[in-house]
Design a protein around this ligand. Structure first.
Ligand code: HPA
Length: 270
């Protein structure tokens, strides 16, 4: 795998001549951050050697290189989900490549369902920890020692300093943020009421279909991670309504401005 990663990283370095300090996965709710980036290079995934091939016609996604808050960043516009049929190595390959482009931290966003009764639709949640309920783990298989250890520590998966900084930025800007545990599972079904209840009982505050694989791989390689979630629907007994992808997108778009501001200022503060 190392050879594929360096091949891809070398290709991107030769195309852009840039060495980004921060990697960003623009999940749901962070699409607008793209407009804040002074774009220097934009490369479609389909033109990047060894990148997974998109399953959705015409929506290949792209890797964006540019400046955000005066800092060099590389941002993934569009991520690969396990439920689309990619295997875990494909889902997490771009994170491996970003490491070899030189990133020093990874920022991630997503949309999720809130199972903490104190949460409301439209809330932002800083992820402080996760529970991996995906049926597999991206590190299963032969370990390449050059990439990271066989048994990576996960005691500080989400960087405490970045969390503290983000909280200070939120407070300064009068943005209310929740903190909590993100439970990642495969999807693509949303949860049944019994599943939401189970997720709460095991210690979750929110549930979604991404992020956990990318964070595991980032931590395998020693990259500090900061992640935020937009609560787009509520999975609490008595408050459960039908969830649709459209509703998730709509709520995410409304909360997006606040998340964008926090991420931008956090990058600028590094
Ligand atoms: N469950 C899983 N994934 C999600 C949800 C949810 O309720 N909302 C947004 N993504």
């Amino acid at each position: 795998m190392l050879q594929l990663i360096t091949e891809t990283a070398d290709f991107l370095k030769s195309k852009t001549g840039l060495s980004p300090e921060t990697g960003i996965i623009l999940g749901t709710g962070l699409g607008g951050l793209v407009h804040e980036i002074a774009i220097e290079h934009s490369i479609e995934y389909k033109d990047i050697p060894n990148f997974p091939v998109s399953t959705v016609e015409g929506h290949s996604g792209r890797l964006i290189f540019g400046k955000l808050g005066g800092k060099n960043v590389v941002a993934m516009q569009g991520r690969f989900h396990f439920y689309e049929g990619y295997d875990m190595k494909q889902v997490t390959f771009p994170v491996r490549v970003m490491k070899y482009l030189g990133i020093k931290q990874l920022f991630v966003s997503n949309a999720s369902g809130g199972v903490n009764p104190a949460f409301e639709v439209g809330d932002l949640m800083i992820i402080t920890d996760h529970i991996n309920l995906f049926p597999t783990n991206p590190l299963i298989g032969k370990n390449e020692a050059a990439l990271g250890p066989r048994f990576p520590d996960m005691s500080d998966a989400y960087n405490l300093e970045l969390i503290a900084k983000a909280e200070a930025i939120a407070q300064k800007n009068n943005i209310n943020v929740q903190k909590g545990v993100y439970v990642g599972l495969s999807g693509p079904t949303f949860e049944t009421p019994a599943e939401y209840k189970y997720i709460r009982i095991i210690g979750g505050d929110a549930v979604g279909m991404s992020t956990v694989p990318e964070v595991i791989v980032a931590r395998h390689m020693g990259i500090p991670v900061f992640a935020m979630s937009i609560i787009t629907d509520i999975g609490v007994e008595g408050r459960i309504e039908k969830v649709t992808h459209e509703e998730v997108q709509k709520v995410a778009q409304i909360a997006e401005k606040k998340m964008t501001l926090i991420m931008k200022e956090l990058v600028a503060s590094l």
